[in-house]
Design a protein around this ligand. Structure first.
Ligand SMILES: [Zn+2]
Length: 295
């Protein structure tokens, strides 16, 4: 009896095992009929993607990266924080496609693919941001964030490009502090370009800031090639002034100014007379320099 019962018990076990095998085979067949989705394809039309790049998707960005997975994830996080802060100031629609980014593993690889100025640390061209992860730098994100603002301004807001106004806008965001998972607009990050020049007296003393009229027109000032940091610092400071002086008294007007072309005419129409605004801004710039140099 014991043997017979054992026999029946064994038969039951075999039956259960066979049922499991059939179920497993059916599952395998279903997997073969519906293969897992392919990895995301490269963004069409984006050139300069280095060999071996992988695609990393965040909610709003598609990053083609040869940087390490953790570096790419860090940059993706920084860009999402930037986009959230930007959209808070300049509401933009949810895009149907993601913003394209090419992230090189280091400066050497970036330089081999550089299609901008030889001194560029990142660039935005043909609907993609090109940057590299600056391992060991105090702030490895600010160059990528700067270019991503150009991308947001053009592709998100549709702002017309006026060179120094747009550089001021890009610098304003990328030189704001990241903390607690978000970008704190207006809190100056001394580890980011061009704010770090506030502590360099050779940059801030002579002929600074660049005249407002020159920044608006792009004409009549010192050579950009020999004064590039002065231009960027001035454009950054002007943007900070327009968004924050007197608790943001010009912030709304500044947005209208950008929407209407960001030229001298739009400035006078929305913000005020260039001469009187410039006087207040120069005092603001001097205070920024003094604050940055106060221990
Ligand atoms: Zn720029």
């Amino acid at each position: 009896m014991v043997a017979r019962h054992l026999h029946r018990w064994l038969l039951a076990l075999v039956a259960i095992a066979l049922t499991g095998l059939v179920a497993y085979a059916a599952l395998r067949n279903r997997e073969q009929a519906h293969p897992p989705p392919a990895p995301p394809a490269a963004t069409p039309g984006i050139i300069g993607i280095p060999a071996g790049a992988v695609v990393i998707d965040t909610r709003h960005y598609r990053i083609h990266s040869t940087a390490s997975a953790s570096h790419a994830a860090d940059v993706g996080q920084a860009l999402e924080e930037l986009r959230a802060a930007y959209a808070g100031l300049f509401p933009i629609p949810e895009a149907t496609s993601k913003f394209a980014v090419v992230l090189y593993r280091d400066r050497a690889e970036f330089s081999r693919h550089n299609r901008s100025s030889p001194w560029a640390e990142a660039f935005y061209l043909d609907r993609a941001c090109y940057a590299y992860f600056e391992a060991g730098a105090r702030n490895p994100y600010h160059w990528a964030m700067h270019e991503a603002v150009h991308q947001l301004a053009r592709e998100g807001s549709g702002f017309r490009r006026n060179r120094w106004m747009e550089e001021g806008l890009a610098s304003y965001f990328s030189a704001s502090q990241r903390a607690d998972g978000r970008l704190h607009l207006g809190m100056i990050d001394p580890t980011a370009y061009p704010a770090w020049w506030l502590t360099d007296s050779a940059t801030t003393k002579i002929g600074m800031p660049i005249a407002l009229e020159v920044l608006l027109s792009g004409q009549g000032g010192p050579e950009v090639d020999t004064h590039v940091n002065q231009y960027y610092l001035s454009a950054w400071s002007l943007t900070h002034f327009l968004l924050h002086v007197d608790d943001g008294r010009y912030a709304r007007a500044y947005r209208a100014f950008l929407q209407e072309g960001a030229d001298a005419e739009a400035f006078a129409r929305h913000i005020g007379p260039i001469d009187s605004i410039e006087g207040a801004w120069i005092a603001y710039f001097r205070a920024q320099v003094a604050a940055a140099n106060t221990p």
